[in-house]
Design a protein around this ligand. Structure first.
Ligand code: PMV
Length: 348
């Protein structure tokens, strides 16, 4: 048995899906492939301190701290995560842990921290596994980190690497699979390496509907089959675009995906609307601005009211003055976050 104590730290980013994951079966197996930009400024910093238990027990021993304060309220989620992954990382029962975590983005910003938070924790556990067994290869390390993260939160599987990550089996993407995320394997046009994502914080409240509930509502959904086919088709259409940089078609696919995600929520049983009036105001203004400015600005949405504005770096000055002049007033307390494509998690 391992007898040393110590700590490891990782910083892991959030991601924004271009083709959306919405619908899954147990254990977190997606109904369609999805692809996302890895972000950079929005990330979680996690330190995992470990000390071997005097006598191993069959339970998990850990404390969670968020921004320096102990948070017993976070325990159930992590307890559940540990239970799901224990058979793949059985050593976790032999340690007492302290998990110290903080986010770079405001806590109640309506930005989900599950992708960055669970990927950071999964990476810390993999670092501990590597300390116990140094033979593990870099590839296996990343794959398994993504695999563990996925069992916590599906989209977290896409936060380990960058700039574009595919998760879910797609017949035209080599190596893609339902178990863990992979870097998009083809050539990527250089425009996508510098894409910007400005997140307009329209509604910073807690989500009315959890993503778990949302995914489950896809199971009996009347449009499920068409939606999963549409997503697979969006992936197929994106493959050549990611290589040739055709931004007009990119925009059409990305916006359609965002609206389809929300269309599924609006037509499920029970139905719900997560967009707010300001979400629609912003979308209309983006459409007008795109027509008149000739810039390649588009929007996407997560399961919430906030709007992600995506654009290539060349349009940065133009878009930033547009946001400041026309859009900022639609954000809660005028708040927005400027982010851009990143290259994955970092060991600290
Ligand atoms: O990772 P989850 O289970 O919270 O699902 C997130 C799903 C969306 O963010 C709405 C879309 C996506 O692919 O990220």
């Amino acid at each position: 048995p391992y007898t040393q104590k110590g700590s490891v730290s990782w910083e892991s980013p959030s991601n924004i899906a271009l083709v959306k994951y919405w619908g899954k079966t147990e254990p977190q197996i997606p109904k369609n492939a999805s692809i996302s930009f890895t972000l950079s400024n929005c990330h979680t910093h996690t330190t995992l301190s470990y000390s071997p238990k005097p006598s191993p027990s069959g339970s998990f021993d850990f404390k969670v701290f968020f921004e320096g304060e102990e948070k017993p309220g976070f325990r159930p989620k992590i307890e559940k995560f540990f239970a799901r992954i224990a058979s793949y990382v059985p050593f976790i029962e032999q340690f007492s842990f302290e998990i110290h975590t903080q986010n770079s983005f405001p806590h109640s910003s309506g930005i989900a921290s599950s992708a960055s938070g669970l990927s950071a924790l999964a990476l810390c556990l993999m670092s501990l596994q590597k300390i116990i067994d140094p033979r593990i290869t870099e590839n296996h390390f990343k794959e398994k980190a993504s695999f563990l993260a996925r069992l916590g939160s599906g989209s977290a599987a896409r936060s380990i690497e960058g700039p574009l990550v595919v998760w879910g089996k797609h017949p035209r993407i080599q190596g893609s699979n339902d178990q863990y995320g992979i870097r998009f394997p083809g050539d990527i046009h250089k425009v996508f390496n510098t894409f910007q994502d400005t997140i307009l914080l329209v509604d910073k409240g807690v989500k009315q509907v959890s993503s778990t509930v949302g995914h489950n509502l896809m199971l009996g959904h009347p449009f499920a089959k068409a939606r999963f086919n549409q997503a697979q088709d969006s992936m197929s259409r994106l493959i050549p675009i990611l290589k040739n940089g055709d931004l007009d078609t990119f925009i059409e696919i990305v916006e359609k995906e965002a609206l389809s995600l929300h269309a599924m929520m609006m037509t499920s049983d029970p139905y719900f609307i997560l967009m707010k009036p300001n979400t629609l105001e912003i979308i209309e203004r983006i459409w007008d601005f795109r027509k008149t400015s000739g810039s390649h600005i588009c929007f996407t949405l997560d399961a919430g009211a906030n709007v992600h504005i995506l654009f290539p770096e060349k349009d940065k000055d133009l878009v930033s003055s547009f946001i400041n002049k026309e859009l900022i007033g639609f954000c809660e307390n005028n708040q927005f976050i400027s982010d851009h494509v990143g290259f994955g998690a970092q060991l600290l």
